[in-house]
Design a protein around this ligand. Structure first.
Ligand code: Q9C
Ligand code: ZN
Length: 671
């Protein structure tokens, strides 16, 4: 099951026939240039290519009034003067004699894509279409949009496929008010949109684009607006919006299908959006969405008017749908003040409707109950940050393969039950485990590794570490005898640092201790998730209690683990599931799936060999399979929620991606 690409060249026919500066940017070249780059990169050829079909009039009637459909049909026969006159009755719209044909193809392409994904012909896909759709309303064209392609696809998924929960993610830089109106009272469609707003001073100048528009009637809480009040939003702002607004709601909603109103006017260079996010950001956003709905993600093109930025962003999206790992995100991962204000306001507006945003009363900081495991009062962060990790932008050999095609990634050392999952792993390349004597030298301080079985596992693990770090494979799973897990982890860390890893993230779930002699020099970030109280033992050593409920688990991953990972930008992630890790398989699967995104797939997972089923599931996740749903949502305990609030307070000065609210602005001197 691959990635569908739905397209038809006829959609390049419609164009502006008179002078209108506002509409001039919506050109046939938009599709032509995007398709050309997809071909040039060999991406089109990797997709299941589907020729778009026209939507029928009955299908258009799922969303639009018969009178409006008839009006658009009538434009086929009009001359230029009459077309211009009719166009002027709408806001930012032009009609061409081919508009009706193109718009039916655009709508049909979206329906076809949903059919392909919901029948299992494809796992996910993209429809490259024009005219776009998300401004179009029941009986009105608007903002270059004629028929609402994504709204039709959602209604089709409801009515023809019986779906009950559909998430629409509108990352176009304009508010899809058309989609909002169509579903505002419908709890089966959760509509999320971010958009340039500037406190209402940006087109379409609507009060209902603000964060306090949350839907009506049964649909209250199923409209989510994130208004950007300044231009220049970048990668950190977009990722923060996903981690702190969209994804908590999305996992709580648990959609059966994700539709993306994929406009790329939110990318750098676009004359409409004036934002700064780079094309790589769309690879990250796409891969985060693939963790939902069993990976059933259907993206449909909306805007995007900077041809080069549009084409690059389309390629990033397709490449990620195909399963390639995202490139690193350029720029500092620090969301701006205005973005944080927006994030805070939408979380506040949605709090009555979503348990994920319902916080217990803020706990007083440094309450005596929050002592570290050793019983000391919690150390504060060092006044002078010890952080001296290399800037992520400097090129180094570890970043040499950002766009490498998927290298089948999973290498299993012990649990042979899952070996079929790695068709082209290291062993197929003839690489042998480490020589026993060499492995013994690395194992030396640890007596437990001297035993035959433990040493045999270590020899494979070391081979795997080397294979990941020299780029032969992207990721791997290793299993060791349970008593040897801690020691194997210690050797894995030492070997990675020895090989020059600049930033090593270690996520240790269960009863595992951080190696005592590990330097706190910013090269490793150690994150424990275990049955103890929250503690920040340093900026690079954080401990979090084990969450019980789904809500606690999700806020732990989205609110803590991923923001730290995005701030740290690891070269390598080691995930260890140790004794009494307490995570059921679907939770472990989601943890690894989501961590793949900031780690860009460079993951070594260590498990106990007595858990072959867990190893098998993690192997499938590293291979790109979608995680199972977590099932019914249960709210985080208030102790857990407070632990998170506490850790955020301790850490957000250093790890800025943890912020979910703007810091109080500092008064200027003398004021
Ligand atoms: N300078 C889509 O991206 N003009 N439509 C706004 C503000 C209308 C955009 C003028 C923009 C419509 C699908
Ligand atoms: Zn747009």
């Amino acid at each position: 099951m691959g990635t569908a690409l739905v397209y038809h060249e006829d959609m390049t026919a419609a164009r502006l026939l008179w002078d209108d500066p506002e509409c001039a940017i919506e050109t046939p070249e938009r599709l032509a240039v995007a398709m050309e780059l997809l071909r040039q990169r060999g991406l089109e050829q990797r997709c299941l290519q589907l020729a778009a079909r026209e939507a029928s009039e009955a299908e258009l009637g799922l969303v639009h009034s018969p009178e409006y459909v008839a009006l658009v049909r009538g434009t086929e026969a009009l001359g230029v003067g009459a077309l211009q006159e009719l166009s002027a009755q709408f806001d930012a719209v032009y009609f061409h004699p081919s508009t009706y044909h193109c718009a039916r193809l655009a709508a049909g392409a979206a329906l076809q894509l949903v059919d392909a994904v919901l029948t299992g012909a494809a796992q996910n896909g993209l429809a490259l279409v024009r005219p776009p759709g998300h401004h179009s309303q029941r009986a009105a064209a608007n903002g270059f949009c004629v028929f609402n392609n994504v709204a039709l696809a959602a209604e089709h998924a409801k009515q023809r496929h019986g779906l009950r929960r559909i998430l629409v993610v509108d990352w176009d830089i304009h508010h899809g008010q058309g989609t909002q109106y169509i579903f505002e009272d419908d709890p089966r469609v959760l509509y999320f949109s971010w958009h340039r707003y500037e406190h209402g001073r940006f087109w379409p100048y609507l009060r209902e684009s603000d964060a306090d528009a949350v839907g009506r009637g049964h649909g209250r809480g199923f409209t989510v607006n994130l208004p950007w009040n300044q231009v220049g939003m970048g990668n950190a702002d977009y990722v923060a919006a996903f981690l702190h607004v969209l994804l908590p709601l999305a996992f709580e909603f648990d959609p059966e299908l994700v539709l993306v109103s994929a406009g790329f006017d939110s990318a750098i260079g676009d004359p409409e959006g004036q934002m700064q996010a780079t094309p790589e950001c769309f690879a990250h956003l796409t891969q985060l969405l693939l963790a939902l709905a069993g990976g059933r993600v259907c993206a449909v093109l909306e805007g995007g008017y900077h041809l080069e930025s549009l084409a690059e962003s389309v390629c990033m999206t397709i490449q990620t749908l195909l399963g390639d790992q995202p490139p690193p995100l350029p720029g500092p991962m620090v969301p701006c003040q205005s973005a944080l204000e927006s994030i805070q306001s939408v979380r506040a507006a949605q709090a009555p409707h979503w348990a994920s945003f319902q916080h217990p009363a803020t706990v007083p900081m440094l309450s005596p109950s929050y002592s570290s495991s050793e019983g000391r009062l919690l150390p504060l962060l060092p006044a002078e940050p010890v952080y001296k990790a290399a800037a992520p932008s400097c090129p180094d050999p570890l970043h040499a393969h950002p766009l490498a095609p998927v290298c089948p990634a999973v290498v299993l050392t012990a649990p042979d039950a899952a070996v079929h999952l790695c068709p082209r792993g290291i062993r197929q390349k003839g690489a042998a485990p480490w020589e026993e004597a060499e492995a013994e030298a690395w194992a030396r301080p640890h007596e437990v590794l001297a035993q035959g079985e433990a040493l045999a596992a270590l020899r494979k693990v070391l081979r795997l570490v080397d294979g990941i770090l020299d780029g032969q494979v992207n990721s791997g799973i290793a299993a060791t005898p349970a008593p040897a897990l801690s020691a194997t982890l210690d050797v894995t860390i030492r070997r990675s640092l020895f090989l020059g890893v600049q930033r090593l993230l270690c996520v240790a779930v269960g009863q595992l201790d951080r190696p005592l002699d590990l330097a706190d020099d910013g090269r490793t970030l150690w994150l424990s998730i275990r049955d103890k109280q929250a503690a920040t033992l340093s900026t690079f050593h954080v401990s979090m209690p084990l969450p019980g409920a789904t809500g606690g688990f999700l806020s732990c991953i989205l609110g803590l683990v991923l923001p730290l990972a995005y701030g740290f930008q690891p070269d390598l992630l080691v995930v260890v599931l140790g004794p009494v890790h307490g995570l059921q398989d679907p939770y472990a699967a989601l943890l690894v799936t989501l961590l793949r995104v900031p780690a860009r797939g460079r993951i070594l997972a260590l498990v106990e060999e007595s858990k072959p089923q867990l190893a098998g599931i993690l192997a499938r996740m590293l291979h790109g399979e979608a995680p199972p749903s977590l099932g019914p949502f249960s709210k985080a305990s208030s102790e857990f929620a407070q632990a998170l609030v506490y850790l955020r307070g301790q850490l957000e000065l250093h790890w800025k991606m943890l912020q979910v609210a703007a810091p109080p602005s500092v008064a200027s001197p003398g004021s």
